[in-house]
Design a protein around this ligand. Structure first.
Ligand SMILES: C[S@@+](CC[C@H](N)C(=O)[O-])C[C@H]1O[C@@H](n2cnc3c(N)ncnc32)[C@H](O)[C@@H]1O
Length: 337
């Protein structure tokens, strides 16, 4: 169940008058936003959400513009720091008397976020619906609570000591290297060279490791990533390692299609979540797109959780398939075109 449905509930049930305009933060691709919110500006850096909302007729932007917003709606994520930063952002954007409505899934820590908001701003109203919690309040006059600066800082993109890279909360594996990606990077063969694409590049771990493993052998490296903030972080992490490699960054939904026959190698740790559920459809679409993007003789190197059944789709689209490594619950598979 999408939390966007719960977010709209206080309006639908007549508990709150629906403002004529406003903004919505953190809309996901599977957000089922009510058409009644069509005058609301959706803020999302996630390309599939951006595309879906645009087709549904919502105004969509990557960054919340300054404006006189009577209401701010905030979809809370499972990453507490990211959610608190969004609440602080929404609060700062509202005028005194502006309405802030937040909604989070019961399974992803909404109760503690609601408590943090209550402790900071005072009285709130709330309801439970569709396995989610919605809470709201109006912005009071007075100075901004000091803790909001911490909330903003907590959500910021920054150098992460544990990885040696730059990333931020909400990005995949932002403060620890993904075990599967580490396994894949350890398998980059000496033969890898030419034009390479990194699909679902995140903040750039695989691309960075590739440039370190194959200095001077990669002529072009194209990073495809749906999340704009991750892609921006990848540029910070990867550009210093480029040497003579031509880097290109694509804010893209990989499932929507890639240039045909463009690459010699594709590396990927594909996403396996659509919303909360594990979904092999997304990974399978990545494999199909990788096959199309590779020229004859091109090679796919993919890492996945051991239990995810990608073998059949690789066999369907590639001449040969072999398992290159297995460890820690992950497998690295190679497919040759
Ligand atoms: C498992 S993570 C891998 C991240 C990074 N390559 C690594 O190894 O740590 C998958 C990445 O795919 C991105 N992603 C999800 N859906 C996507 C889509 N439809 N098109 C492009 N990227 C997508 C996610 O934002 C995420 O960064």
């Amino acid at each position: 169940m999408s939390i966007a449905k719960a977010l709209h509930y206080p309006f639908a049930a007549g508990m709150l008058p629906l403002p004529a305009r406003g903004f919505v933060l953190n809309v996901q691709a599977d957000s089922d936003l009510s058409p009644a919110l069509r005058a609301f500006t959706c803020v999302t850096g996630f390309k599939p959400a951006h595309d879906a909302l645009t087709s549904a007729g919502f105004p969509v932007v990557q960054v919340l513009p300054d404006g006189d917003w009577p209401a701010g709606l905030c979809l809370l994520t499972k990453h507490k720091a990211e959610s608190l930063a969004s609440i602080a952002q929404a609060w700062a954007a509202l005028p005194v008397g502006g309405l802030l409505v937040c909604c989070g899934d019961n399974d992803t820590g909404v109760t503690s976020l609601m408590k943090a908001v209550k402790d900071t701003f005072g009285e709130i109203e709330s309801l439970s619906k569709y396995h989610a919690r919605v809470f709201w309040l109006r912005k009071a006059a007075g100075p901004e609570p000091a803790i909001l600066a911490d909330w903003r800082a907590g959500g910021a993109v920054r150098p992460v000591a544990a990885t040696g890279f730059t990333a931020g909360p909400g990005m995949h594996g932002w403060n620890k290297i993904d075990i599967g990606s580490r396994l894949l990077a350890a398998q980059f063969p000496g033969s890898i060279r030419g034009r390479v694409a990194d699909l679902g590049a995140g903040w750039g771990y695989l691309s960075a490791e590739l440039l370190r493993a194959a200095p001077g052998r990669i002529t072009g490296l194209d990073l495809y990533e749906a999340d704009a903030a991750s892609l921006a972080a990848s540029a910070v992490n990867v550009a210093p390692l480029a040497g003579n490699t031509v880097l290109k960054y694509h804010w893209a939904d990989v499932t929507a299609g890639l240039p045909k026959g463009r690459f010699d190698w594709v590396i990927t740790n594909p996403p396996f979540h659509a919303g909360k559920a594990t979904d092999v459809t997304l990974g399978s679409q990545f494999i199909t797109r990788a096959a199309e993007a590779l020229g004859t003789g091109g090679t796919l190197l993919l890492v996945a959780n051991k239990h995810l059944p990608y073998e059949a789709v690789i066999e369907k689209h590639f001449k040969s398939r072999r398992t290159v490594a297995e460890a820690d619950g992950f497998k690295v598979i190679e497919g040759k075109r």
